[in-house]
Design a protein around this ligand. Structure first.
Ligand code: C2R
Length: 190
């Protein structure tokens, strides 16, 4: 078995939403954050990383946040991803209660469109790191990949999947380049 609890040869799809098998716990400050955070789910699914996802707010449901952290840690979750917009204290509050890695995704909501969430998430005081990714879709996408890379440190199978994902990206860029040159009537790259 790999460190993820899944065998390297197991090709059954990962069951998500189960705290007992989740490697990554995603917390969102609101269900209104889901449209952005779907990108994160897509990244995790592409790399076959098991996740659970819950709405929990450091402001609105502080006791629930603590309860989730404690139960997730006990169940074997290894990375937290926290997404919030506005006065985004969720990632920092989670970091205060765990020594597991916390990835913060600042989300854009009006009227400040993510500058508020970015500053609130990235400017953690010394001693309490939150790995802050980009605002919005880019960050949601990258949060899933970064969580996978963290887990891959102790999981050779996952590391191979991360490398294959990078290679697929590289190939895609090359084919886009060839298509663009053809559209412009240029010869294939020398
Ligand atoms: P609603 O759409 O529910 O009014 O939420 C959420 O992440 C969301 O982007 C508006 C925004 O408030 C954010 N929120 C936080 C926190 N809880 C909710 N920043 C928190 O605890 O940091």
């Amino acid at each position: 078995m790999s460190s993820t609890g899944r065998s390297g040869t197991d090709t059954t799809p990962t069951a998500n939403g189960d705290l007992n098998t989740a490697q990554v716990m995603i917390l969102m400050g609101s269900d209104s954050d889901l449209p952005r955070m779907r990108q994160c789910l897509t990244s995790l699914e592409a790399l076959d990383v098991a996740y659970d996802i819950r709405v929990a707010s450091a402001h609105r449901t502080p006791a629930r946040v603590l309860d989730i952290i404690q139960r997730a840690e006990a169940a074997g979750v290894q990375v937290f991803i926290c997404a919030a917009g506005g006065a985004a204290h969720l990632a920092g509050a989670v970091a205060a209660h765990t020594t597991l890695p916390v990835i913060g995704v600042p989300l854009a909501v009006p009227p400040l469109d993510g500058v508020d969430a970015l500053y609130a998430t990235v400017q953690m005081p010394p001693g309490m790191p939150v790995a802050t990714v980009a605002v919005g879709d880019f960050g949601a996408h990258n949060a899933g990949l970064l969580a996978a890379q963290i887990l891959a440190v102790g999981d050779a199978d996952l590391r191979a999947r991360v490398k294959a994902h990078r290679e697929a990206m590289r190939t895609k860029v090359l084919s886009k380049n060839a298509k663009m040159r053809a559209e412009l009537g240029l010869p294939p790259e020398a």
